[in-house]
Design a protein around this ligand. Structure first.
Ligand code: SAH
Ligand code: SF4
Ligand code: F3S
Length: 463
């Protein structure tokens, strides 16, 4: 939002006298929230560190989507408690979706925690830290919903090329497996003028890519009187010349309208990439999940995208072992992945979550069965992704260079507009620029290529 403090060095001590370490689980929204936590803490003199052992404040920004993510929270807190035994002055704070749900109970389950704050009151973090230091007593503050007068908060961004911009908070759906509406509340769109202002500031600060975020970003504007929708935001960002790419995450199939698809097709810097979670390829399962569409509706949506943009990247989320899912219904999901040829899929075994109706259904699929289904689905997903990546061989693609590859620091890494990860050799001064890369190898997860100096003769895919 306002008051930009980009920090490409991240790990180095800044002007602040104290240091804060944040561990973030979960979705991009949570990662973006962590950047805002750093922003508000900067105002009381806390500088980010990558070294937990030198931190005066350790924050765990948690995710509650599956039981595994929640379990991880308690094992981290166990380890952090040991660190605190050596540095008793260090504070431990727990925020995010597990904190929103657990509140006070986190203190009894995890002694040593000093602050518990939720998803609707991150702007209050500095006050809670100061109070915890002053009083020496644990502070717990959870808001039931986002305040109407939510202040814009400063931000310290992790990446100097690509920026996340939250445009809508919460979710108005009630999928029968999902805890998100419970921990993130109802949909609330940020005013378009503030979003556009943030995009302009990002452009001024040298950012090249913006990703609009929301638990259901395609519903942007439905709660606004102006009638503004996500397509309008994309079109507006199309007027900002130095922002070379605009993306959005995560959409719901029901809200991915023709207007949004058409605007992506017509807007020069809107990336031809759609993450549209289908969850299952079976009508009875989709009905019981309360997703509000059937498989034919979803097929038609994918067709519409591909008619307008044949090269578009399309990815999805899938759940296996939903209560009552039969073997044949699971195979319908596998077959849909084959049929629609997703570029990639996030897959997960169903996890029973508190506050969700399906957690109490007595038709739970046994754990071993869920894992077996997951293994089979993952192998099909990997084959299909490989099939989708192979046609890139020999072609030249435009890559926004985002940084050094973590696996091989000799290499640079970036993405195509269609969201394919591309690794190649090159110098650090290319970071933040658009480069043509000729693709020479394709695996299911990424492409590898060579930087194209002038005169690349190969066919070019859309940026
Ligand atoms: N708003 C998005 C999804 C956000 S949650 C949508 O409607 O599709 C991110 C993903 O977590 C979901 O797409 C789903 O695949 C997965 N997920 C949510 N609840 C889950 C549960 N109880 N068990 C397993 N996976 C779950
Ligand atoms: Fe959860 Fe997405 Fe359904 Fe909302 S639309 S309840 S975030 S799966
Ligand atoms: Fe997890 Fe909360 Fe995101 S539950 S997926 S961090 S909205």
């Amino acid at each position: 939002m306002c008051d930009e403090r980009s920090d490409p060095s991240w790990g180095e001590s800044q002007s602040g006298s104290r240091k804060v370490y944040i561990e973030t689980f979960g979705c991009q929204m949570n990662k973006s929230d962590s950047e805002h936590m750093l922003g508000v803490l900067d105002e009381i003199g806390y500088a980010p560190t990558d070294e937990i052992k030198e931190a005066d404040l350790m924050i765990l920004n948690t995710c509650a989507i599956r039981a595994g993510a929640e379990d991880k929270v308690y094992s981290y807190l166990g380890y952090w408690r040991k660190l605190k035994a050596v540095r008793p002055d260090a504070l431990i704070a727990v925020g995010g979706c597990v904190a929103q749900d657990g509140g006070q109970s986190l203190l009894s389950r995890s002694p040593g925690v000093d602050i518990v704050f939720g998803t609707h009151n991150m702007h209050r973090l500095p006050e809670l830290v100061l109070q915890a230091r002053k009083s020496g007593k644990p502070q717990v503050e959870i808001f039931q919903e986002l305040p109407d007068d939510l202040p814009e908060t400063p931000v310290v961004r992790r990446n100097a090329v690509s920026a996340w911009v939250s445009v809508i908070y919460g979710c108005d759906y009630n999928c029968t497996y999902c805890i998100v509406p419970y921990v993130r509340g109802r949909e609330k769109s940020r005013p378009p003028a503030l979003i556009h202002q943030e995009v302009l500031e990002l452009a001024e600060n040298g950012y090249k890519e913006v990703t609009f975020l929301g638990q259901n970003v395609t519903a942007y504007g439905q709660d606004l009187e102006s009638g503004m929708h996500l397509g309008d935001l994309l079109a507006l960002s199309g007027q900002v010349e130095s922002i070379k790419r605009v993306r959005f995450l995560t959409g719901h199939p029901r809200d991915l309208s023709c207007q949004i698809i058409d605007t992506v097709a017509q807007t020069w810097n809107a990336c031809q990439y759609f993450h549209v979670p289908v969850q299952a390829g079976d009508d009875r399962t989709l009905r019981r999940m309360a997703r509000g569409y059937n498989v034919d509706y979803y097929r038609a949506l994918v067709e519409r995208i591909r008619e307008r943009m044949p090269e578009a990247g399309i990815t999805t989320d899938l759940i296996v072992g939903f209560p009552g899912e039969t073997e044949a219904e699971f195979m319908n999901t596998v077959n849909l992945v084959e049929e629609l040829g997703f570029d990639s899929c996030n897959t997960a075994a169903y996890s029973a979550r508190p506050h969700t109706p399906s957690a109490n259904w007595d038709s739970q699929v046994p754990e071993v069965e869920k894992l077996e289904r997951l293994r089979l689905l993952n192998s099909v997903v990997s084959n299909v992704s490989h099939r989708r990546n192979k046609p890139y061989l020999g072609r030249t693609v435009e890559v926004l260079v985002e940084g050094r590859s973590q696996r091989n620091p000799e290499r640079l890494t970036g993405r195509t507009g269609t969201n394919k990860v591309v690794n190649f050799e090159g110098k650090a001064d290319l970071i933040g620029t658009l480069q043509d890369v000729e693709i020479q190898a394709a695996n299911p997860w990424a492409l590898r290529g060579t930087l194209c100096r002038q005169g690349c003769a190969m066919a070019r895919t859309p940026g």
